[in-house]
Design a protein around this ligand. Structure first.
Ligand code: DUC
Ligand code: ZN
Ligand code: ZN
Length: 459
């Protein structure tokens, strides 16, 4: 006997869409096929609806303190928002403090999220200190423990997060040996610091100068360098929140030559351009890297269509209006980050319905690819044996995003007023209903830690 049987839905996969019934038992997809006659505790009429895999948001920051400022969302509220937008797995970051090990850093974060998360979760480990090289010896144990991705920075030098070029190249090589995918936040630290200093010296302090202090070439130079190393070293690399056309060109060229180089972009880089920083609420859009000019935005959409952009993730990192306002007199003091975890999948699917990409592509970049690259074999697809992380998507719904509909604990959204065609009607996380027609129906502690499988970037 099944727990739930979805009848007459249309399942969407990267390779196409097909009519099917989907049967769920014990939190997993048990059956998939046409006209299933099996008995079920609950029948759901999915006629006229799409059955999609829950999205896997590979880039969120929950319960993070940035320059002394705590994010508005913790593991409960952030994953509640995720669930309500059809995202059923999130990958957050465990930052290594100087002297700490990898398992120790990730373990501490697992302890924080346990009992709080409403959807499943995992952690990339942010590496900041190689302990003179000794940390490389822990990579094998990290991979065996299911930590299959690291993040390194070419920025945040003064914050103690930046990794020197030589160390980063050692990480790339040693990580690849263990099937661990190195993620890089690429911008040029020295260039941006010097531009910040000269703007401040001239009294140029508005949010617009956040963009001008780290414009296209400041990111592109670092993107290009990281791609160059990965190619020369023959190792995979994943550029997080890639936001500029020129950086994407380097990725596209490398991919065309057969190198395992991957780019992630975020909805804010697809929906907006740098003009937002001239708005009175420009501070709300301050994130790093900043949103670039319209040419980059269009290049990112092209990159999605041609395959040079592999994933879409949110960099969800919300702050309240009061926290953002601290930077009113000086863009340097604006906490970096925007909300997005609840709107990502609805936005990408709505864009697909409008013809920007196909629905299949939206599922590929929001669910299938992040699941594969980050070693989550039971996520990212609607197939027998996989977790029943499912979105019953109504393509005919019309929703205008407004803060009161959102489930994050921040008090504004950069997506205010966005008109969406189509919206999740119900969302299931491992078979449990977590969102039902506008209402959160999940609970803290439903989400579990996902131990991941190494080697995803090579398959
Ligand atoms: N940029 C980051 O690098 N991290 C968090 C948020 C942001 O804008
Ligand atoms: Zn980053
Ligand atoms: Zn980030």
């Amino acid at each position: 006997m099944l727990d739930i049987l979805f009848k007459r839905g249309t399942v969407v996969a990267p390779s196409g869409r097909f009519r099917a019934d989907v049967g769920v038992r014990d939190g997993r997809i048990a059956l998939l096929g046409e006209d299933l006659g099996a008995e079920a505790g609950e029948l759901v009429d999915a006629g006229g609806k799409y059955i999609l895999p829950g999205a896997v948001d590979a880039h969120v920051h929950l319960s993070m303190i940035s320059n002394g400022v705590p994010t508005a969302d913790d593991y409960f509220t952030g994953t509640r928002a995720a669930a309500c937008g059809g995202t059923t797995t999130v990958i957050d970051y465990a930052a290594q403090r100087k002297g700490q090990g990898i398992l120790e850093s990730v373990g501490a974060r697992i302890d924080m999220a346990r009992g709080q998360a409403c959807v499943d979760y995992a952690f990339h480990c942010i590496l900041t200190d190689l302990h003179g090289g000794a940390l490389l010896d822990e990579f094998g144990a990290a991979a065996a423990a299911g930590i299959t991705s690291f993040k390194c920075f070419t920025v945040y030098k003064r914050e103690g997060l930046m990794m020197a070029d030589g160390d980063l190249s050692r990480v790339l090589v040693a990580a690849a040996r263990h099937g661990i995918l190195t993620n890089v936040h690429a911008e040029n630290a020295d260039l941006l610091y010097s531009r910040v200093a000269s703007f401040l010296a001239d009294g140029k302090t508005s949010a617009w100068y956040h963009y001008l202090s780290r414009p296209e070439f400041v990111e592109a130079e670092a993107d290009r360098r990281v791609v160059h190393w990965a190619k020369a070293l023959g190792v995979p690399v994943y550029l997080v929140h890639l936001a500029c056309a020129e950086g994407l060109e380097a990725v596209a060229e490398a991919r065309g030559q057969g190198f395992p180089v991957y780019a992630e972009t975020c909805p804010q880089y697809l929906a907006f351009d740098s003009e937002v920083y001239k708005r009175p609420d420009g501070a709300n859009f301050v994130c790093s890297p900043p949103i670039k000019g319209a040419a980059s935005r269009e290049a990112l959409w092209r990159g999605l269509r041609t395959g040079s952009v592999s994933t879409v993730a949110t960099d969800h990192c919300p702050f309240t209006l009061a926290q953002k306002a601290v930077g009113h007199g000086n863009f340097v003091d604006i906490p970096n980050g925007c909300p997005g975890v609840e709107t990502m999948y609805p936005y990408m699917l709505s864009a697909a319905q409008a013809g920007k990409i196909s629905l299949e592509k939206a599922v590929e970049v929001c669910a299938a690819n992040p699941a594969r690259l980050f070693g989550l074999p039971t996520k990212g697809a609607v197939a027998p044996g996989l977790d029943a992380d499912l979105v019953l998507y109504d393509p005919d719904a019309h929703v205008t995003v407004t803060q009161t509909l959102m489930h994050s604990s921040t008090d504004h959204t950069i997506w205010e007023g966005l008109s969406l065609t189509g919206y999740p009607e119900r969302v299931y996380a491992r078979g449990a209903l977590v969102f039902d027609r506008g209402r959160f129906t999940g609970h803290a502690g439903h989400g579990v830690y996902c131990k991941r499988v190494p080697g995803g970037a090579l398959r």
